[in-house]
Design a protein around this ligand. Structure first.
Ligand code: BES
Ligand code: MN
Ligand code: ZN
Length: 500
C-alpha cells in the first residue's frame, strides 16, 4: 500500500526523500534546500547517478536526475535508480516527491519504477530476506485521481514481480503440477477462476502436441485455464491470452548444445507467467473485461520414451506434424492451445512465448517480436503501442503467406521446423496454421509475441534486474485496459494484492 503525503515537503517524517529532477528542478525545491541542493543536482548530472544530501537534522534527500528515455520511461528509470540506493542503504521508508504540476501518470510511473527497480529474488537464499522499503508519495495537491493512479501502479508492479518470481524459480520447484498449484492459489485469491487439467484430461482432449513434448518427462503435464469474468460480462466474448509454459527446455532428444546454454531455460515458461500475471492483474484492477488465460505446461527432456525427430504427432486440431527437431517444442504445445481457443469464441487471441533464439538475433535483448496476419495488423500495432507506453518494447515482423512453404513436410500436414532462414517468422507461421478453423479460415483475430530474450536478461537495465524481467505483464495490462475502454472503465479502488 502506497501512502500519499502532502504538506511541507521537508517536514514529512521520512527515511529517504527522493527528488526526481528535470533540468534545474522546481523553484520551490531549490528555495527549500538551498546551496546543498544545487551541489547535489550538479553532482547527479555529472556522475549520472543519484546524489545524496544530508540535512542538518540528519534526514536524507536523494536527488535523482531524469535521463532522456522517452515518455514516462524516464520517470520509471529515475525512480528505479533511487530504489537501488534505498536498498543499499537498508532504509525502511522512502517518500518519492512528485514535482509540482506533474500528472497522475507521472506519479504512477515513479511508483512503478521504484517498486520494479527495488525487486529482489530471495526465495532461494538461506538468509531471511530484507524487508521491502515502505513507500510513500508526496504530492503538493493530493487527489482521489492520484490515489487511484498510484494504487493501480502498485498492482501493475506487483503483478510484474509475481511473474519475475515464477520465472526466477528453479526448474525443480516449478514442474507442471507444482506450478499449476502455485498459479491456482494466487489466481483464486484474486477472484480468478482456475481450472487445472491433469494428464488424463489432456489425453481425453487429445492435446497431441502437449503429450508429444511431455513423453520424455518423468513429470506429467498440466493445462491451466484462468478466467476473469467480472459481473455482467458472462455473455461477452472473452479476450484470450495463451502463454508458452515450458517449465524447463533441454531441447529433448535434439539436445541443446551446451555452448547455447541451458542455464536460463527455466525461463521457458515466461510467456505463461506473463499471461497468468496479466489475468490476475486484470482481476486486481477490477477491469470490467472478460479475460481467459490458457497455459499448456510441460518440461521438455530426453528420456526412454521421449518423442524423437521423425515422429509424427496428431495435434488437437487433427492436423499431423512431423517433428524434425524436438527443440522446436514451444510451437507444438501452443498449437494445441490455439486450436482449443476456438471453442471460446474469442474477441481476439494473443499468445506470448519464449519461442525462438532467432528473436534475439534479430532484435536483441530489449525488443520483442510481434507477428500477425495482414488482416490483424491493427492488433499488432496496438501491441506495439502498448509496448512503447509501458517500456515493453516490440517491433512487428512480416508474416507473408509464403513463409508457410518452409513448413511443408514430405509425409505429414506440416513439419515443426522451417530451416535456417527467418526462424522467428516460420515459428509464427506454424502457429498461424492453428488459428484457422476446419474450413481454413481465420477463426479469430490473432497476434503472436515472441519474447524469448527480453523475458530473461543477461544484464540489468533501467528498472529491470538481471534474470527474470517480467516483460509483457504491463504491456498486456495496458492492452486489456485499452480493450476495456480506457482508464475510465477501471474500478477506482483496486483491491489489495495478497499474493505474498
Ligand atoms: N525455448 C527456446 C527458444 C529460446 C532460445 C528462448 C533462447 C530463450 C532464449 C525454443 O524452444 C527453441 O529451442 N527454439 C529453437 C527452434 C529451432 C529448433 C527451430 C531455436 O530457436 O533454436
Ligand atoms: Mn526448445
Ligand atoms: Zn522452448
Amino acid at each position: 500500500m502506497i501512502h500519499l503525503v502532502s504538506g511541507d515537503l521537508l517536514d514529512s517524517p521520512t527515511g529517504l526523500l527522493v527528488l526526481p529532477v528535470d533540468g534545474d528542478g522546481p523553484e520551490a525545491w531549490r528555495a527549500a534546500l538551498g546551496p546543498a541542493y544545487e551541489t547535489a543536482r550538479t553532482d547527479a548530472a555529472a556522475a549520472k547517478r543519484p546524489a545524496m544530501l544530508i540535512r542538518p537534522d540528519g534526514s536524507r534527500v536523494l536527488v535523482v536526475r531524469l535521463g532522456d528515455e522517452p515518455g514516462l520511461e524516464r520517470w520509471r528509470w529515475a525512480a528505479a535508480a533511487a530504489a537501488r540506493q534505498a536498498d543499499s542503504l537498508d532504509l525502511d521508508r522512502a517518500v518519492l516527491a512528485l514535482p509540482p504540476g506533474e500528472s497522475a501518470d507521472v506519479a504512477a510511473a515513479l511508483v512503478e519504477g521504484f517498486l520494479l527497480g527495488g525487486y529482489r529474488f530471495d526465495a532461494c537464499r538461506s538468509e531471511d530476506p530484507q524487508d521491502p522499503v515502505a513507500l510513500g508519495l508526496w504530492a503538493e495537491t493530493p487527489s482521489d485521481g492520484l490515489t487511484a493512479a498510484v494504487g493501480r501502479a502498485a498492482v501493475r508492479a506487483e503483478a510484474t514481480a509475481w511473474c519475475r518470481d515464477l520465472v526466477n524459480l528453479p526448474p525443480d520447484a516449478k514442474m507442471p503440477a507444482a506450478l499449476a498449484d502455485l498459479v491456482a492459489e494466487v489466481a483464486e485469491d484474486a477472484g480468478v477462476r482456475c481450472e487445472v487439467w491433469d494428464k488424463d484430461r489432456i489425453e481425453a482432449e487429445r492435446l497431441g502436441g502437449v503429450l508429444g513434448v511431455n513423453r520424455g518427462s518423468l513429470d506429467p503435464p498440466r493445462f491451466v485455464t484462468l478466467e476473469w469474468t467480472p459481473e455482467g460480462t458472462e455473455a461477452d466474448a472473452p479476450v484470450v491470452l495463451v502463454g508458452k509454459t515450458v517449465t524447463y527446455d533441454t531441447g529433448g532428444l535434439s539436445l541443446k548444445p551446451t555452448k547455447d546454454s541451458m542455464d536460463f531455460m527455466k525461463a521457458d515458461m515466461a510467456g505463461g507467467a506473463a499471461v497468468a500475471a496479466a489475468v490476475v492483474g486484470a482481476a486486481r484492477l477490477g477491469l470490467p473485461l472478460r479475460v481467459i488465460g490458457l497455459l499448456p505446461m510441460t518440461d521438455n527432456r530426453p528420456g526412454g520414451r521421449a518423442f524423437a525427430p521423425g515422429d509424427v504427432l496428431t495435434m488437437h486440431s487433427g492436423a499431423t506434424v512431423e517433428v524434425l527437431n524436438t527443440d522446436a517444442e514451444g510451437r507444438l504445445i501452443l498449437a494445441d492451445a490455439l486450436s482449443l481457443a476456438q471453442r471460446l469464441d474469442p474477441r481476439w487471441v494473443l499468445d506470448a512465448a519464449t519461442l525462438t533464439g532467432a528473436q534475439g538475433v534479430a532484435l536483441g535483448e530489449r525488443v520483442a517480436a510481434v507477428l500477425a496476419r495482414h488482416e490483424d495488423r491493427d492488433l499488432a500495432d496496438r501491441v506495439h503501442r502498448a509496448g512503447d507506453a509501458t517500456g515493453d518494447l516490440s517491433w512487428v515482423l512480416p508474416l507473408y503467406p509464403h513463409y508457410r512453404e518452409q513448413l511443408t513436410s514430405d509425409i505429414a500436414d506440416l513439419k515443426n521446423v522451417g530451416g535456417r532462414m527467418a526462424g522467428t517468422i516460420t515459428a509464427a507461421a506454424f502457429l498461424e496454421a492453428f488459428t484457422r478453423d476446419a474450413a481454413g479460415d481465420p477463426a479469430y483475430p490473432w497476434v503472436h509475441v515472441d519474447l524469448a530474450r527480453p523475458s530473461f536478461l543477461n544484464a540489468a537495465y533501467g528498472y529491470r534486474p538481471k534474470g527474470a524481467s517480467g516483460f509483457g505483464v504491463r504491456l498486456l495490462l495496458d492492452l486489456l485496459v485499452d480493450e476495456a475502454g480506457g482508464d475510465a472503465r477501471l474500478a477506482s479502488e483496486p483491491g489489495p494484492w495478497t499474493s505474498s
